[in-house]
Design a protein around this ligand. Structure first.
Ligand SMILES: [Zn+2]
Length: 510
């Protein structure tokens, strides 16, 4: 029996990890047979996808083509990342059925939106990276949900064509209309804060500057009102501004997390999940559109964990791959996606379970047990450990000095990072003292003299500091030298590194 097959193709993107990857969808409508199938997908996924699209189609008063409809992608899809392809699947069917014009070569119209069962185009996480991909592919235009227009309106090099529903999208294909001006996004979400606002806390402010300069992670220990939050919020403002590429990554991650676009800011992001956060909230989830969690939302910026000892242990440990390898892996149904997570970790914790100021604490062994909750492999990556003093009475506080402004500190941070980058890689500020490989850090060329190392080796000899901490103390000593503008750490830098590492007042490693 001879049967005719009508074919329609539409272009969209799949989210592979957090990367919007161009894909095409082909609908084949054959006169013989029946059904609406997606043979490349597992049954449960094909069933939900086809029934959703079928409902949207019917509720748009469109005539479903007779015969069988089969959908194929031009790649082997995983089980995640196809959520934004729904509009393209419906359009491919419409083209096969003769209800919409085919793309005219060489430049297709790309589309990215989820369909509501009422036929509307739903606001779809990831619209921004999708539209970016369309612009780099040299496409003719990109159709997105009208609700996503504000998130993508400032992307150049591509015509943005918002549509409210499936019928509106088909109209856009028949007679493309220039997009109206997108609503202006609001300015950056972080309140303007400055290091200059902070009174006193000289040692902690210095610690923050060292963390920024070396790319180091830190913990602030003290009473809840001792100022840890205030300090952590000011770290993004003293980090080097984002490059355009980093800022684009941050905007893409916000888009995938379902947060509104906040304009082309170059301030590093700040992510501060609550201690009751679940693992999924921290790591993210791999669904029809991958959702980055709090850790990836700190990519290129700061992850602040307040009351760190109150986090569930397994939740806290989700941060470990980020600080050790600068990315996270999520596995679901055998499908593994990789999320970027290059960040500054700042933790804060009270010194005891009852949050006593240090002078009033009578918790004894319970306080030790409380801090011990933080011990482990994560703490091995936290180089700077600072004890905040109890807050003084108000009139005394007002007498305390203010330090440099964030802009002044940031200039020193940028200079120190440049010095480190030139030394380790000769390529500018991209390799920090935190990231430099151990082999390079300890190579003969950068070995410190026995005299310089004496404060550390003495403590190794009398076993008051475990030798395994040598590398992290060396990293800190180099950052102190970079901030001082010297070529190599001196004996004072080594001694200061031990103080910052929590090896004097606290005595030994925690
Ligand atoms: Zn206590």
């Amino acid at each position: 029996m001879e049967s005719t097959v009508n074919v329609g193709v539409a272009h969209t993107v799949a989210m592979i990890g957090l990367t919007a990857t161009p894909v095409s969808v082909t609908a084949s409508n054959s006169a013989g047979g029946s059904g609406f199938t997606m043979p490349q997908l597992p049954d449960y996924l094909a069933d939900t996808t086809t029934s959703g699209i079928f409902a949207a189609w019917n509720n748009s008063d469109l005539p479903w083509p007779g015969g069988a409809v089969e959908i194929r992608f031009d790649f082997t899809p995983g089980v995640s990342g196809l959520g934004g392809c729904e509009l393209a699947i419906a359009v491919a069917v419409a083209r096969a059925a003769g209800l919409a014009p085919h793309d005219s070569p060489p430049a297709p119209t790309r589309m990215y939106a989820q369909l509501g069962i009422d036929g509307s185009l739903r606001a779809t996480r990831g619209a921004r990276p999708a539209a970016f991909t369309a612009s780099t592919c040299g496409d003719n235009g990109v159709i997105v949900a009208a609700a996503d227009h504000a998130d993508v309106g400032d992307i150049t090099g591509i015509a943005i064509r918002p549509a409210a529903d499936l019928r509106g999208a088909l109209r856009q294909l028949r007679s493309p209309t220039a997009s109206a001006k997108a609503p202006t996004p609001p300015s950056e979400p972080l309140p303007k804060v400055d290091l200059h606002d902070i009174l006193g806390l000289v040692q902690a402010r210095h610690g923050l500057e060292i963390a920024a300069a070396g790319g180091h992670h830190m913990i602030l220990l003290g009473a809840p009102d001792a100022g840890a939050v205030m300090l952590a919020e000011r770290l993004p403002g003293i980090l080097p501004p984002l490059t355009q590429h980093q800022a684009d990554q941050v905007a893409d991650i916000r888009s995938l997390a379902g947060q509104p676009y906040v304009g082309p800011g170059l301030t590093p992001p700040y992510s501060a999940p609550h201690h009751s956060s679940t693992m999924a909230a921290m790591v993210g989830s791999s669904t029809m559109i991958p959702r980055p969690g709090a850790i990836s939302q700190a990519h290129n910026g700061v992850l602040f964990l307040d009351e760190a000892a109150e986090f569930r242990r397994d939740v806290l440990d989700t941060v470990l791959p980020a600080v050790a390898h600068q990315h996270l892996l999520i596995t679901r149904y055998g499908d593994t996606i990789r999320l970027p997570a290059r960040l500054h970790l700042v933790m804060a914790s009270g010194m005891c379970p009852k949050d006593h100021p240090r002078r009033d604490c009578n918790c004894g062994p319970a306080a030790r047990r409380y801090l011990h909750r933080l011990a482990g492999r994560l703490m091995d990556h936290v180089l700077i450990r600072i004890q905040l003093p109890d807050p003084p009475p108000y009139d005394e506080l007002c007498q305390q000095s203010r330090g440099d402004s964030s802009a002044t500190v940031r200039a020193r941070v940028i200079a120190a990072r440049r010095a480190a980058g030139e030394r380790w890689s000769g390529r500018g500020a991209d390799l920090t003292n935190q990231d430099v490989p151990v082999s390079l850090l300890r190579s003969p060329r950068f070995r410190l003299s026995a005299t310089t190392m004496a404060p550390m080796t003495d403590r190794f000899a009398d076993r008051t500091i475990p030798v395994r901490h040598e590398t992290r103390l060396l990293r800190l000593a180099w950052t102190l030298a970079d901030l001082d503008g010297t070529n190599s750490p001196c004996v004072d830098h080594v001694a200061d590194a031990m103080r910052l590492g929590g090896f004097d007042a606290l005595g030994g490693a925690r």
